[in-house]
Ligand binder design. Sequence first.
Ligand code: ZN
Length: 126
Amino acid sequence: MLIDPEQNSLFPASLRLPGDYLIPITTTRPPIGGVRYWFRCPVEHDRKPCGRRVKKLYLPPEQVFGCRECHDLTYRSIQKHDNRVAKLARDPEALDAALKSENLRRAGLGIDALMLHVKEMQKHAW
Ligand SMILES: [Zn+2]
């Protein structure tokens, strides 16, 4: 798996997706305790990655995963609750399959579900 919660503070980890996608993951430790997980936006501008620390990456049609700023999405369109994501987050096997999917859109759902899953686990961890 990609996340090692035993690791200390900021550690380099990446989520590898089909099609040579490598999405860096980073953590922070908030003062109240625990660990927060973040993606770093992999969209390149002039060969330098955007690198923004974000909770969510977006995959518009025919494009690549990137942060909200890189894709310039509207607030409205990203607030939409996605039932498919919630369903995946409750089903570890389906989640695993989605993350390994050759279909990037499916993999994207998997990423969202993974974050939701982590969030739920954190709620119960302390
Ligand atoms: Zn970005």
